[in-house]
Design a protein around this ligand. Structure first.
Ligand code: CTP
Ligand code: ZN
Length: 154
């Protein structure tokens, strides 16, 4: 590395979400409900060169371990991300994100007449019709959500 480059530093403890498709890091932050107002050191790199993908995004969150539910949420916006758990500067675990076949209770249906929006105690539920680009179908009313609709329903 020449003295003209500044590499994003390694973290001591926390989570590195790597190989996010270029431009999708902010969606990953959003889907995790992170606002930046938490008292956490976080690094977000957008559109950095990658051997595998041309460009990629990286999110490094210090002092945070992701729950399995949060890992599944990431799959909605970054199905090829790898999650690295860091302890004392070492990668102690690598998790592949995996999109479940059905998405329960995370995304609101966009159809105001859907029974999941009626005030009844019915959790929204979607079936994954396609992973990339994302296509979801409401279990109750059959409405189709694509990536941008899904983000609006978070
Ligand atoms: N990383 C970090 N802090 C550490 C260790 C690793 O921020 N203390 C980051 C690295 O910069 C990299 C990711 O975590 O973005 C995964 O690290 P590593 O497995 O060492 O890199 P690669 O072998 O390149 O990973 P992969 O095989 O997943 O491409
Ligand atoms: Zn619906």
């Amino acid at each position: 590395m020449s003295d003209r480059e500044l590499r994003v530093s390694k973290i001591k403890d926390g989570t590195v979400i790597d190989h996010i498709r270029g431009g999708y890091a902010l969606d990953v932050i959003n889907i995790l409900g992170i606002t930046g107002k938490e008292n956490r050191v976080m690094t977000i790199a957008v559109n950095v060169p990658s051997k595998r993908f041309g460009v990629k995004d990286i999110v490094k969150i210090e002092g945070k371990a992701l729950s399995p539910e949060e890992v599944n949420r990431i799959a909605l916006v970054a199905p090829h991300a790898s999650i690295n758990i860091i302890k004392n500067y070492q990668v102690i675990e690598k998790l592949e994100v995996k999109l479940p076949q059905t998405i329960d209770g995370i995304i609101k249906c966009s159809n105001p007449c859907c029974v999941s929006n009626s005030g009844e105690p019915i959790r929204p539920k979607f079936h994954v019709k396609n992973e990339e680009p994302l296509v979801l179908k409401c279990h109750y009313c059959g409405v189709i959500l694509e990536h941008a609709d899904m983000l609006r329903g978070l």
